[in-house]
Design a protein around this ligand. Structure first.
Ligand SMILES: *Cc1c(COP(=O)(O)O)cnc(C)c1O
Length: 222
């Protein structure tokens, strides 16, 4: 199936109000252009250099999302144009995004990355760490960063019940955080969970932004 057909298929299965981020990492610009020509405008990338190359080549009306782990020393390269940074997991990173955003006279939208999956990884905040970071309140001083919601990945497992539990946990944390730290602000509204193999479950569990790569573009060649 072509990229356009895949996109059509996926879109027809998305609940109303769910945004589709086309995860195009490791795929060449020609593939992205196929998706663009089929109407796709939001693309997700996870490596800074690759993203910057694509951004300078492809049309200006694309919304670029950074979905991978972002090193503080690379924030400056994407600050001028990035629409949303999905995986923010430290105050240090918030501080640097704020600094670079201010230089560009922008406010950059970000999501906090939760670590809920069983796999060991040094990235993402446990629910406890996430609540602590928010409760400490220092993040409120960074006026050029706007925290708009949460992002997470579920465990990579065939057991649907495990995946579902993790997404349900994300949904309940989102509601708690929105109420306790954002005074129910409307802009705190993004729930970024769900990938090619689990986005149907994610949508059942409140997701309103799915990040889909393989199901659109095929397998990546690393
Ligand atoms: C690569 C990636 C995706 C997309 O994964 P697929 O299985 O190809 O849909 C989604 N989210 C993040 C954070 C990723 O790194």
């Amino acid at each position: 199936m072509s990229v356009a057909e895949n996109l059509k298929d996926i879109r027809s299965g998305l609940h109303p109000g769910v945004e589709l981020v086309a995860v195009s990492k490791f795929h060449p610009c020609e593939k992205l252009k196929e998706a663009y020509d089929a109407g796709q405008r939001i693309f997700g990338e996870s490596r800074v250099q690759e993203l910057c190359g694509k951004q300078s080549t492809l049309p200006d009306d694309i919304e670029w999302h950074f979905i991978g782990h972002l090193q503080t020393n690379k924030v400056k390269y994407i600050a001028p144009f990035i629409s949303l940074i999905h995986a923010v997991d430290s105050l240090r990173l918030i501080e640097e995004i704020d600094r670079q955003a201010r230089k560009c006279q922008r406010v950059i939208d970000c999501l906090l990355e939760l670590h809920l999956a069983q796999e060991e990884t040094k990235f993402g905040l446990t629910p406890e760490q996430c609540i602590r970071l928010l409760a400490e309140g220092k993040w409120r001083e960074y006026g050029n960063v706007r925290i708009c919601g949460l992002m997470c990945m579920a465990s990579n497992t065939p057991h649907e019940n495990i995946v579902r539990k993790e997404f349900e946990k994300a949904e309940s944390l989102f509601n708690e955080i929105k109420r306790d730290f954002f005074n129910d602000a409307e802009y705190f509204c993004i729930k970024s969970w769900g990938m090619s193999h689990d986005y149907a479950i994610a949508q059942d569990c409140g997701s309103n932004m799915v990040r889909i790569g393989t199901a659109i573009f095929g397998e990546r060649e690393y």
